[in-house]
Design a protein around this ligand. Structure first.
Ligand code: NAD
Ligand code: MG
Length: 392
């Protein structure tokens, strides 16, 4: 029986994780659930899973929640608030596995705390890794933590790696990685129409049902840019070893190309419960609740090279990793601010790469060898991006 803490329980990945947990009550016990503000969903999750402790980052909402569970069978659930409490629950002794599913930079400190505490980390929060790369991987190796990727592509790659492979290792037999991308909702929209894209259109992903931020990232393909950086860090590869492949059917979740000419692909229906269940059962396997792949219904699979003119965010991600140092942190922070502004209808869809590029131009790619440097770069890039938006 393993104890699990789900950081970001009320989000898309959190909900899918609890769906898998519910299928295996003899293998997993929910110790901690966390939310930013969504106490309605958290309340239902507590009814179903009865954790020992919850964190609601928002203090006011935490108070309301604590009152709401009084005089119910849930009154023994401990309610904490504030960002620091996320780190506290991710490192509890009763917690063996931590699902890191907070969106954005807010997930960095609790995910890193889990890494330092030697937990099994199921990492969905790619932004944390993009920001802290080497520091994160060092923390994992120092503590003996186990880092399993949840991002479907990285989970696919991990599954296609040689036997005994651990994240962070260099696999010499591997020539390159083929990182698949759906191309999002605007794969074929005329480029001159992209200026008119609305938030609702951008979050309507053709194949995956995800949170709003990652859905916009998929539409700009910044998601693939972040994933390219994530793959370099997780699998100790260089950017030129990662080929992004547009595969609109989203059936192959990525491929590993070996030196002997073998290419291994992992396939399945596009449902995040597959990589979640794989990582929860690892090194074994168990039921995820996902229907078997109907290969005849899939019928055909297409592959295209991405167009960097249509998707400038992908180019910016290659620029950021080539520059190194704090630049991936700057890229990520500027993207978070730009996407938020787009979702609030303050800027246009096509302003997103403009804001990020202008922000990156304001920084030197100085060394990012401490957490303080990374957090300071993140803060400054947010200020600069807001300034750029104000001046647009
Ligand atoms: P989401 O927006 O649906 O959920 C985000 C979760 O994070 C919520 O529980 C929310 O309460 C919490 N949260 C938000 N801001 C917070 C803050 N400041 N402090 C603490 N908690 C906060 O997002 P999602 O789609 O579930 O994505 C979560 C992560 O997983 C992201 O990093 C995303 O890139 C990654 N991911 C998601 C998918 C997917 O299919 N949804 C696939 C691959 C990777
Ligand atoms: Mg992905």
């Amino acid at each position: 029986m393993k104890g699990i803490c789900i950081l970001g329980a009320t989000g898309s990945i959190g909900v899918s994780t609890l769906d898998v947990v519910a299928r295996h009550p003899s293998l997993y016990k929910v110790i901690a659930l966390t939310a930013n503000t969504n106490i309605e969903v958290l309340y239902e999750q507590c009814q179903d899973h009865h954790p020992e402790v919850v964190v609601i980052v928002d203090e006011h909402k935490a108070k309301i929640f604590a009152e709401k569970i009084q005089n119910t069978p849930m009154s023994d659930i401990k309610v904490l608030s504030g960002a620091k409490a996320l780190e506290q629950v991710a490192t509890l002794d009763a917690v063996d596995s931590v699902m890191a599913a907070i969106v954005g930079a807010a997930g960095l400190l609790p995910s890193l705390a889990a890494a330092k505490a030697g937990k099994i980390i199921l990492l969905a929060n790619k932004e944390a890794l993009v920001m802290s790369g080497a520091i994160f991987m060092q923390a994992v190796s120092d503590s003996g933590a186990q880092l399993l990727p949840i991002d479907s592509e990285h989970n696919a790659i991990f599954q296609c790696m040689p036997a005994g492979y651990k994240t962070g290792m260099q696999a010499k037999q591997v020539r390159r990685i083929l990182l698949t991308a759906s191309g999002g909702p605007f794969r074929e929209t005329p480029v001159d129409q992209l200026i008119h894209v609305t938030p609702d259109q951008a979050v309507a992903h053709p194949n995956w049902d995800m949170g709003r931020k990652i859905s916009v990232d998929s539409a700009t393909m910044m998601n693939k840019g972040l994933e390219m950086i994530e793959a370099c860090i997780l699998f100790d590869m260089t950017p030129d070893q990662i080929q992004v492949v547009i595969h609109p059917q989203s059936v192959i979740h990525s491929m590993v190309d070996y030196v002997d000419g073998t290419v291994l692909a992992q396939m399945g229906n596009p449902d995040m419960r597959v990589p979640i269940a794989y990582s929860m059962a690892w090194p074994d396997r168990f039921d995820s609740g996902v229907a078997p792949l109907d290969i005849f219904e899939v019928g055909r699979m297409d592959f295209q090279e991405p167009d960097l003119e249509r998707f400038p965010c992908l180019r910016l991600a290659y620029d950021a990793i080539a520059a190194g140092g704090i630049m991936p942190t700057i890229l990520n922070a500027a993207n978070e601010i730009a996407v938020e502004a787009f979702l609030n209808e303050t800027v246009r869809f096509t302003d997103i790469p403009v804001i990020i590029e202008r922000c990156m131009q304001q920084f030197e790619a100085t060394v990012a060898d401490t957490l303080d440097i990374i957090l300071a770069a993140d803060r400054q890039a947010r200020l600069v991006s807001r300034q750029i938006i104000a001046e647009l």
